[in-house]
Design a protein. Structure first.
Length: 265
């Protein structure tokens, strides 16, 4: 866990119970996505229903893994999540595992939206280029990480496991897998834009900012995507000031944390 940079009541700090909840969310999201794919292959649901399920389920996995990064290292989580990291269904044959994702994300916290940020390529610059970078983030992060840290045996084994999973899914679904994979990539890319570009760039400035929604949008957003996803987006500035705060306490902790002017670029 990163060292807290702003103090708040201890009861707001993430606990092992919170981490267990994030792990449960990962397991449930994975089961839902695999089940939805099976129903789609068996032609019990349409492609539109599959897309809706992916849209409301994949963000829950991604945010749960994001929250775990600030609580557990790769030795403290199960091997399945450590291998798959950013998605329960491999988004590409070139994706990083949990240890590399952790390293990148913690470096992002040290220098958010600056040139030193390893995630700067899908935060800074022309919005159209940012969109293209977000849509290709799994592959780009993989290549950029290898350029800095090189390759290792565990990453290679994880890639083989993910390739095997992809092979099984393609074998079971044939061309139907393409639609499932496409839906996953679209949803992941859109989420990437929200959680990198939109929370780190506002009014021509780079930093880390609050996203303001009306109470109605916030309520419905939580009903559709889950409280963890919406609160992590709205209160991303609070999270960056103190990544030790549990996501469900971010809004309550705001008065303790954000008692100074907005971040500057």
């Amino acid at each position: 866990m990163l060292k807290n940079t702003r103090k708040c009541p201890i009861e707001y700090i993430v606990t092992d119970d919170d981490a267990s909840q994030y792990l449960r969310h990962c397991a449930v999201a994975a089961l839902i996505l695999v089940a939805a794919y099976g129903l789609f292959v068996a032609e019990f649901i349409s492609s539109w229903i599959l897309f809706a399920i992916v849209a409301v389920t994949l963000p829950r996995w991604v945010i749960s893994v994001h929250e775990l990064i600030h609580v557990k290292n790769d030795k403290q989580i199960n091997r399945i999540i450590s291998c798959l990291a950013i998605s329960p269904i491999p988004l590409s044959i070139l994706t990083l595992s949990y240890p590399q994702i952790c390293e990148i994300h913690l470096a992002h916290h040290r220098s958010p939206a600056t040139e030193l940020d390893p995630d700067a390529y899908h935060i800074r610059g022309n919005f159209f280029v940012v969109i293209l970078n977000a849509l290709s983030a799994p592959e780009q992060s993989f290549i950029r990480s290898l350029q800095v840290n090189g390759f290792n045996l565990q990453l290679g084994l994880d890639l083989l496991i993910k390739l095997l999973i992809l092979g099984i899914l393609v074998f079971l679904g044939g061309e139907k897998f393409f639609w499932f994979w496409l839906f996953m990539r679209i949803v992941y890319g859109l989420g990437d834009i929200v959680f990198f570009r939109l929370v780190h760039h506002q009014k021509g400035k780079y930093g880390t900012f609050e996203i303001k929604f009306s109470s109605t949008i916030e309520t419905w957003g939580e009903r559709i995507f889950g409280k963890t996803v919406i609160q992590a987006a709205i209160n991303h500035d609070v999270h960056h000031q103190n990544p030790g705060i549990a996501v469900h306490h971010l809004a309550t902790a705001r008065p303790y944390i954000m008692n100074f002017p907005s971040n500057e670029s």
